[in-house]
Design a binder for this molecule. Structure first.
Ligand SMILES: Nc1ncnc2c1ncn2[C@@H]1O[C@H](COP(=O)(O)OP(=O)(O)OP(=O)(O)O)[C@@H](O)[C@H]1O
Ligand SMILES: O=c1ccn([C@@H]2O[C@H](COP(=O)(O)O)[C@@H](O)[C@H]2O)c(=O)[nH]1
Length: 259
């Protein structure tokens, strides 16, 4: 069952309080850490209540999926390379659940009461990467809540340590699509999108920072997976949406023929 979601690890890890604890571990000195004397009763209650609903989802999910059925694909590429656009088409043709890490973070940022709102907003504005405990927690939650066994993870992992953590703690990826696009084309697309998107990072200053972060931190993820034969499918995404999809679609047709 290695390829199946590590459900019990998820139950162990997944909960807002769990994310809190992991982040607090990084920021609270041991002498200040209230957890050193054991979990706070409120934390136990939170874990229990979240755990019950997660367990219900788990039972529903497990009934529908087995490890052999799980398909988890990372859709990677620079900002504006067309990841979300291609994912939308794959959802229609192959019934994937599309999980955009950026969208999940923006939702969490806007969720009233989120204690990560400010952190996420600052990272997005500066084109920086949000700590992986937050992102992986949100991805896990969405996977647990879903009844599907086909997932497209768009724009994650953003960094090699995220890739390693996700594959160890959650599930191994099936394949990776890397959409290759020049900065010139991506900049043009993002500025056009910025006319209507309302996104705080679709502006020249932030886009330049996002390009830098991509090259320094995210591209090494692609290079890492390229060491595994046939794992990464590199597709030029400079052509029209339909032309790009004509290269993407057969990869999945072939994949599901084998499954
Ligand atoms: N092949 C294409 N040709 C022309 N425009 C495209 C193409 N693919 C996507 N676009 C447009 O470019 C913009 C960025 O596309 P999309 O949101 O899919 O990229 P992304 O890689 O998901 O971006 P981000 O990482 O910033 O979320 C959108 O406005 C989209 O309509
Ligand atoms: O795994 C992730 C995904 C995204 N971010 C942050 O969000 C913005 C926007 O991401 P898009 O994929 O372009 O929607 C990105 O620049 C990061 O700041 C992240 O930290 N981790």
């Amino acid at each position: 069952m290695q390829k199946t979601l590590a459900f019990f690890k998820i139950l162990r890890n997944f909960s807002v309080s769990s994310i809190n604890n992991q982040i607090k571990k990084e920021t609270i000195k041991p002498s200040q850490n209230p957890n050193t004397k054991g979990p706070h009763p409120v934390a136990i209650l939170a874990v229990l209540s979240i755990g019950v609903s997660a367990y219900v989802s788990l039972v529903r999910h497990r009934a529908k999926s087995s490890k052999e059925d799980m398909t988890v694909c990372f859709i990677l590429g620079g900002p504006g390379s067309g990841k979300g656009t291609q994912c939308a088409k794959l959802v229609q043709d192959f019934g994937f659940v599309h999980m955009s890490a950026g969208d999940l973070l923006r939702e969490e940022q806007q969720r009233s009461g989120s204690e990560y709102g400010e952190l996420i907003q600052n990272c997005i504005k500066e084109g920086k990467i949000v700590p992986m405990e937050v992102t992986i927690g949100l991805l896990e939650k969405k996977m647990i809540e879903s009844d599907s066994n086909r997932f497209l993870i768009d724009g994650f992992p953003r960094q090699l340590d995220q890739a390693l953590a996700f594959e160890k703690e959650v599930v191994e990826s099936t394949l990776i699509i890397y959409l290759e696009c020049s900065e010139e084309v991506m900049l043009k697309r993002l500025l056009k999108r910025g006319e209507t998107s309302g996104r705080i990072d679709d502006n020249t200053e932030t886009i330049k920072k996002r390009f830098k972060t991509f090259l320094e931190h995210s591209y090494p993820v692609v290079e890492h997976y390229r060491k595994i034969p046939n794992k990464v499918h590199t597709i030029s995404s400079e052509d029209s949406v339909e032309e790009v999809y004509a290269k993407v679609k057969p990869i999945f047709t072939e994949l599901f023929k084998q499954k």
